[in-house]
Design a protein around this ligand. Structure first.
Ligand code: SAH
Length: 284
């Protein structure tokens, strides 16, 4: 049942992104190239960029104010952000429950970009890719009044353990990572099935006990490779010899089974080397 609903959603796809920012011009670049551009041109996605100041009422279009309790810098005020989301999603303020809020249409996320959010991963991207609409709220200055995280946003998302000067780059990154997961966005669906962090089987249970050792190892490598969190294997293209650095022979051999094994081994090695943390929780 769950799977069927998911399928339906995934196939009748048209996804909307709304970005709320004090720097709308910032997005002239990121949404105009490559896969995101193509997805917009083919109406797979719509991206609307909203100027936060549009949702202010005062003459100066004030979006920020000094922090209560003192301290450096300015904080984005709650009213314009609440008004922005309520207008974009066409939900009257009165419909919002005073204490706990989210009366947003289902299949909609309101995402606050924040250095103190939950870390955005490929799994988050997959979850978002099943939605119909995502509103992305970009902070600036010292950040955003906490009531936005508490009563307006459905998700508070960080793109990594570092501090940016604004949420715009983070929002662009989320749009990109989600868009390329939508069916039809890549042109070649296999690209998003077998790439870094792609989901798949977990190691272990489906390996039959009576298989010969080599086969068991092979199965294990395959299942580990397909498990969530593994990195991609290395890619090479022409020239086969660049400044004396040669492409591994196996890739020129035409032996597809060998090539697959080699790629699996490399993906494991590379993950061990660059991201040993991805193995934690597994026995390997
Ligand atoms: N004072 C805050 C940083 C504010 S940076 C702190 O110490 O945590 C200003 C804005 O940049 C934030 O409101 C947020 O929207 C954005 N931002 C900064 N780092 C980010 C990150 N790692 N991921 C997502 N957004 C980030």
């Amino acid at each position: 049942m769950q799977a069927a609903r998911y399928q339906r959603r995934v196939h009748a796809r048209h996804m909307k992104f709304d970005v709320v920012t004090i720097f709308p011009e910032f997005f002239a670049g990121p949404f105009h190239y490559g896969i995101v551009r193509r997805a917009r041109d083919s109406s797979l996605i719509d991206v609307y960029v909203h100027d936060l100041r549009q949702f202010t009422h005062d003459r100066h279009k004030t979006v920020d104010d000094r922090p209560f309790g003192g301290g450096e810098g300015m904080v984005l005020k709650p009213e314009p952000l609440f008004r922005a989301v309520e207008t974009i999603l066409d939900v009257a303020a009165a419909e919002q429950n005073e204490h706990d809020s989210h009366k947003w249409p289902s299949e909609t996320a309101v995402v606050l970009l924040s250095a103190s959010g939950k870390v955005f991963t490929q799994e988050t991207a997959r979850r978002f890719a099943a939605l119909e609409r995502i509103v992305l709220l970009c902070g600036r200055y010292e950040g955003v009044d906490e009531r936005v995280a508490e009563h307006l946003a459905t998700d508070e998302v960080s793109i990594g353990d570092f501090v940016l000067s604004g949420g715009e780059l983070a929002a662009a990154l989320v749009v990109d990572a989600v868009t390329r997961l939508l069916p039809g966005a890549l042109g070649n669906e296999a690209s998003s099935i077998r790439e870094s962090f792609s989901p798949g089987r977990k190691p272990g249970p489906e390996v039959e006990p009576r298989k010969v050792q080599a086969e068991v190892e092979n199965e294990l490598i395959k299942s580990v490779l397909a498990a969530p969190g593994l990195l991609d294997y290395p890619h090479y293209t022409r020239p086969a010899d660049f400044r004396g650095w040669k492409v591994p022979d196996v890739l020129l051999s035409g032996d597809h089974q060998e090539i697959r094994r080699w790629r699996e081994r490399c993906a494991l090695e590379k993950t061990r080397r660059n991201r040993p943390d991805l193995f934690s929780g597994s026995n390997l």
